[in-house]
Design a protein around this ligand. Structure first.
Ligand SMILES: [Zn+2]
Length: 566
């Protein structure tokens, strides 16, 4: 029998289950434990309770009395396309989008893709952090569009793991055209905007946490349209027809991967449950007992298998479990579990061992662990090097500019420490923002960097004890021009047509009525001007292309996309 251990992420409801102890065929003792998310058939759940919604109505009435009316609904909402997920990180990287808006008006539940990644009545999108440790370091929440702050609340506890009567810290922004954005569960004393204050896209408004009716640190982002506070789900799919509310909708990720992982010599059966963190170490001693390793994983299909392989410092295999069935007959969107093992050689052979974990035959991680005679409390390695990129890659004065870092979710630090990143932003050499975040991205607000200025992002990783190697990138900010909404996304596709290739380039999120110039392979003679329709879209076609790599640009907006015709 196994007990509940790993904390829950992103507001998922967990169900405690008992797992059978695996009796390995060899002398090694092993087992695994943890919790899983089962298909939800429990009570309805929205992160914003009816009581809180009533409270919001009161706050908005007070706002209107003091500042005048909220924005009026307009039939065209094309300029309201959300250009990014409003949190400092990568969705399906250091962030995990686990639960969506419930599209089923009955007591059942289904998300926009007709799957069950939601709760009955859930009206927003939940995107979780990997741990409370990341919450404590801080993960910024940004305004997704420009607008005016119309309600805020702060000062409430932010480490909740249950309890619908908790009050949340939140920000509500009137994004115009009758659209309200609710940014929920924020960190205590992190709200840095006030009602009546104008904000722009990419402006920090608070930090991610677990205040209110929440089971773990996550952002609940809910969109509602006046006058009736109708829930708007920006995700379009089979169970949510119509245009997407995103300029570039994040595809639903169903890949199996590890979100987080660490070794420990501590007995995880005895470890404190939520909200305490799971232990992490880069060293184990030959005198330690079982070796434990825990993981948070995403997207485990029914009928899945696991396999653990222990590799000695000389590269030979000490133990291979082979593929073993989990014995679970349902899809697990995100959960955690741990293994513990007694590998005799790990109690005699020192050096850098490796543990490989496979799910369904695919290598999830190949994780090093230093085996020593005696653990050295001073032993520590800095975080691994990172690389950076801007998003969008050619930023303009109309963009909220993201600086995104690339690192391995598991091997970002070889001691499995939680890594934090100091982001320093400069415009023409002048520091404009400095923040320490656990997020794998940061942003500066739209309009902060003028056209022609040089924007620089410097990022220094640290595990809290040792600083790693800094990375830096810079770019000249483009001029979006009057033809650009700043929220354009460019997509290009190539297909064969009678021995040659047809390249189709498509803009979404454009300013309706604007004229945009598409250019192929940097050749002015190919310039192709197209009008943006009232849904913010424009399409240009280029015929008779040769096989190989081609580039398409939208000149006014500084956008470029490479596409391979094959
Ligand atoms: Zn939620």
């Amino acid at each position: 029998m196994i007990v509940l251990h790993l904390p829950l992420r992103g507001g998922l409801i967990a169900a405690l289950i008992a797992l059978t102890v695996n009796s390995a065929a060899t002398a090694q003792d092993s087992a695994f434990g943890g919790f899983v998310r089962q298909p939800l058939d429990g009570p309805a759940h929205n992160c914003i309770t009816p009581r809180e919604h009533d409270h919001v109505r009161d706050l908005l009435a007070a706002y209107e009395a003091a500042h005048g009316p909220l924005s009026a609904p307009e039939p065209s909402s094309s300029s309201l396309l959300y250009p990014f997920w409003p949190q400092a990180g990568y969705v399906y990287g250091d962030l995990f989008s686990g639960l969506f808006v419930d599209q089923d008006p009955s007591s059942g539940f289904r998300d926009y893709s007709c799957r069950d990644f939601t709760y009955n009545t859930h009206a927003g999108i939940d995107c979780g952090l990997r741990s409370f440790a990341e919450q404590m370091i801080g993960v910024p929440v940004f305004a997704v569009l420009e607008g005016t702050v119309v309600a805020t609340q702060d000062g409430f506890d932010d480490m909740n793991v249950s309890g619908k009567n908790n009050d949340a810290n939140f920000v509500i922004i009137d994004h115009g055209k009758g659209r309200l954005g609710y940014y929920w569960h924020l960190k205590k004393n992190s709200v840095i905007v006030t009602p009546g204050q104008p904000v722009v896209a990419g402006q920090q408004i608070g930090l991610t946490a677990s205040s209110g009716y929440s089971f773990g640190p996550h952002l609940h982002f809910e969109s509602r349209d006046l006058p009736d506070y109708t829930v708007f789900d920006p995700f379009a799919g089979d169970c949510r027809p119509g245009d997407s509310g995103w300029a570039d909708q994040e595809p639903l990720n169903l890949d199996t991967y590890f979100v987080d992982f660490a070794f420990t010599y501590e007995d995880l059966f005895q470890h404190d449950p939520l909200p305490y963190e799971q232990p992490r170490t880069g060293q184990i001693a030959t005198s330690d007992g079982f070796i434990y390793f825990w993981m948070i994983f995403a997207n485990l299909p029914p009928g899945s298998t696991w396999r653990n392989v222990f590799i000695r410092p000389d590269g030979t295999t000490a133990y291979d479990s082979g593929d073993v069935e989990f014995g679970w007959n349902y899809f697990i969107r995100q959960s955690g579990l741990f293994f513990y093992w007694w590998i005799p050689d790990m109690h005699t052979i020192t050096g850098r061992w490796r543990v490989q974990v496979y799910f369904n035959g695919a290598l999830m991680t190949d994780a090093p662990i230093e085996v020593v005679v005696e653990r050295d409390p001073q032993f520590n390695r800095p975080p691994e090097p990172i690389s950076l990129r801007f998003d969008p890659p050619a930023p303009t004065d109309a963009d909220a500019i993201f600086c995104r870092l690339d690192t391995d979710l598991v091997l970002d630090d070889l001691d499995y420490d939680v890594v934090r990143y100091e982001y320093t932003w400069r415009i023409d050499g002048n520091e404009v923002r400095r923040v320490t975040s656990a997020g794998h991205a940061d942003a500066i607000p739209r309009g902060l960097a003028p056209a022609g200025s040089v924007v620089e992002c410097l990022v220094t990783p640290s595990d809290g004890r040792t600083t790693g190697t800094s990375a830096t990138i810079s770019a000249v900010v483009g001029d979006a021009g009057s033809n650009c909404s700043g929220e354009e996304k460019l997509k290009a596709r190539c297909r064969e047509k009678r021995g040659a290739y047809l390249l189709k380039a498509k803009i979404s999120g454009g300013a309706p009525g604007a004229t945009l110039t598409f250019r192929l392979d940097e050749r002015p003679e190919t310039d192709n001007a197209q009008n943006v329709n009232n849904r913010g879209k424009a399409v240009a076609k280029f015929n008779g292309l040769t096989a190989g790599e081609h580039a398409v640009e939208v000149l006014e907006c500084g956008l470029r996309k490479n596409v391979t015709c094959e």
